[in-house]
Design a protein around this ligand. Structure first.
Ligand code: FDM
Ligand code: MG
Length: 212
């Protein structure tokens, strides 16, 4: 029964507003965990390398047009196709640090005016995170950091709506991180919260009960 004795990894999700430093924090966190001898891996959604990811990428870079519902389902499929691999990594003891997940999926599509409950359905049954860290940054602070980029959703109006919807999606898994601080302060804060989560997941089974 050796397999049963392996401590599973944690599913840690970082979500946040654009320019919140989310991607940097994700890779710094994995580097830190690795240095602590904690087996961990960085994942990112959308994963633009797969075939669904390539369709998503050409939509985001305005190379192609897609219906709002269709692209929403592609984002969800892009997560679904990663699930078997994620589950086996978690069960074999690897902690996964995930840059964006279902909350981005719902917030961005609902920000375009689609029904939030409809937006949630395709992700029902995906792996439930152990911890969601939301890096919150007021829109003015985001703009002071150099403004937004060139991709489809990187516009002020969209970003304001997305932040609003993110905050509506807060559930018991969430911890809000004030991202309007120095990178280092945020990094220390995140480390502490992740380490305490790692301490508490011992006997908790992996769940797939989003959004209950
Ligand atoms: N995005 C991301 C969505 O609209 N739905 C999703 O399910 C996910 C995961 O895609 F604007 C949006 C968020 C962002 C864009 O994300 C690309 P990155 O993190 O900039 O690659
Ligand atoms: Mg981006």
């Amino acid at each position: 029964k050796l397999a049963n004795m392996v401590k599973r990894g944690a599913l840690i999700v970082l979500e946040g507003c654009d320019r919140s430093g989310k991607s940097t924090q994700c890779s710094n966190l994995v580097n830190y965990l690795t240095a602590c001898n904690i087996d961990s891996k960085l994942l990112k959604f959308p994963d633009r390398t797969t075939s669904t990811g390539q369709m998503i990428n050409s939509y985001l870079t305005n190379a192609t047009e897609l219906n709002d519902q269709a692209v929403h389902l592609l984002f969800s499929a892009n997560r679904w196709e990663a699930m078997d691999n994620m589950r086996s990594m978690l069960l074999s003891g690897t902690t996964l640090v995930v840059d964006r997940y279902v909350y981005s999926g719902v917030a961005f599509t609902a920000a375009k005016g689609l029904d939030m409950n409809w937006c949630k359905q395709p992700d029902v049954g995906l792996l439930t995170p152990d911890l969601v860290l939301f890096l919150d940054l007021p829109i003015e602070a985001a703009e002071q950091r150099g403004g937004f980029g060139e991709e489809r959703y990187e516009k002020r109006e969209m970003q304001i709506n997305v932040r609003e919807l993110f905050l509506q999606l807060q559930d018991s898994l969430w911890q809000l991180i004030d991202a309007n601080r120095t990178m280092q302060e945020i990094e220390m804060d995140i480390r502490q919260r992740v380490l305490s989560t790692l301490d508490t997941i011992h006997d908790k089974p992996l769940k797939q009960d989003l959004w209950t």
